[in-house]
Design a binder for this molecule. Sequence first.
Ligand code: FRU
Length: 492
Amino acid sequence: MSELLEKAREYEKETAGKIPDHSRPAFHFSNPVGWMNDPNGFSEYRGEHHLFYQYYPYATQWNSMHWGHAKSRDFIKWEYLPAALAPDCAYDSFGVFSGSAIEDGEQQVLIYTGVEEKVLENGEKSIRQNQCIAVGDGLNYRKLEQNPVVSADMLPEGSSREDFRDPKMWKEDGRYYMVAGSRSGDGSGQIALFYADTLEAWKFAGILDRSENKCGKMWECPDFFPLADRQILLISPQEMEAEGLEFHNGNNTAFLIGSYEKSHERNEFRFCREKIQSVDCGLDFYAPQTMLTADGRRIMIGWMQSWDNPMYPDSQPWSGMMTIPRELSLRNGRVCQRPVRELDAYRRNQVSYRDVCLEKEMSLEGIEGRCTDLELRLKGGSCGKDRIKLASDSRLYSEIVYDREEQVLTFDRTHSGLKKDTISTRSMKAGSKNGVLSLRILIDRYSVEIFANDGEQVMTSLIYTPFTAAQISFAGNGKTYLDVTKYDIAAG
Ligand code: FRU
């Protein structure tokens, strides 16, 4: 093991155990110590779910990237494992960037982006990003001698050599495949497909899709998978411009929904994009990645944070959380998301009400909490606004407002106790069905995830409100009736 990796493992061992569990989210993954961003290597291995992540153990700001590691049997309770990779080779000395993992026979194969700074002939320094592989047993990994196994030279002419990253690998009919993000000659994103018969010998297959400067610049963290009868290309575009309520400025995430045909004989690999859908309209969501469970579910997890508005208290010795893992399905041409069903096993203390008329602000006995799973049906007409305040006390709150006329749902954390002028509200279209809007809201100590219309629209946002602010209240214009069920989540 390299000195760098040993040092990271020692440091985690010494420090992480000292952070009390009750200061962490109750049912969302957080890193043991230091900084975390993207989920990596989200996959099954030897019957367990593995999650790796972009990691810098020694400070709560992004720095020289390692891979942290954890595993779980149910996606809710995670066991920390020692850091998996450190930037300890010349070709990844600037960072072990995002990537993925597969189970391959007895071994677990990790593929990641090795970042290196090169000094060019003219003396200038330039970044190189290439794809590298490490194999292991679920705990310890050996980087291949042939690394990097895929370099930017293999991309079409004009493609960037500096931005080429985040390989997502899978195995199909005995072959390895991977997609990776890059920039084409026009400076905007493209997703390249590669395949291989052995882990060391990769071939460029084609470009699956490109931004053409219409959908942001660099496309990061691609994933490519079938869902029902469609093929999904999942991307995290940078530098997008807002488009109505569907996208916002800056870093976004998108499902490109289409069809895919491949023929090795004809050397054709064609993704045909039919639609684009925002993945999550909240304030804090990026770089999602999916895995396939043994029982055939496509599960997605995302980084619950934003590059543009990083939110975390300075005093906290860790600074990263993942979303609740979500089951993906396709309904009426939309990709829908539901919290993994494993969460249901942690539900306790059910309290339900039916047909409560919402007028001036009211709370309901037993409907409160900060580690809470709420199911709501708001039944009303086509005018007025319904309001839900949560994580509140006499001073602080976050609010969900449903505008029935506009059919727009807004999350607002302006009064959640922010100390900085951070962006605090975001809205999304959410149609009611015959006047009924159904919501599932997961409230954890630092986050609110809203699933509207059984996961047709989703919003994920962080809040840093003291845990004692646990009240929930409702208000309407006298014409909305509420059904509500609350469960405490007994995980943390
Ligand atoms: C996305 C990202 C990836 C990169 C990683 C570096 O959040 O920028 O493209 O691999 O973070 O930490």
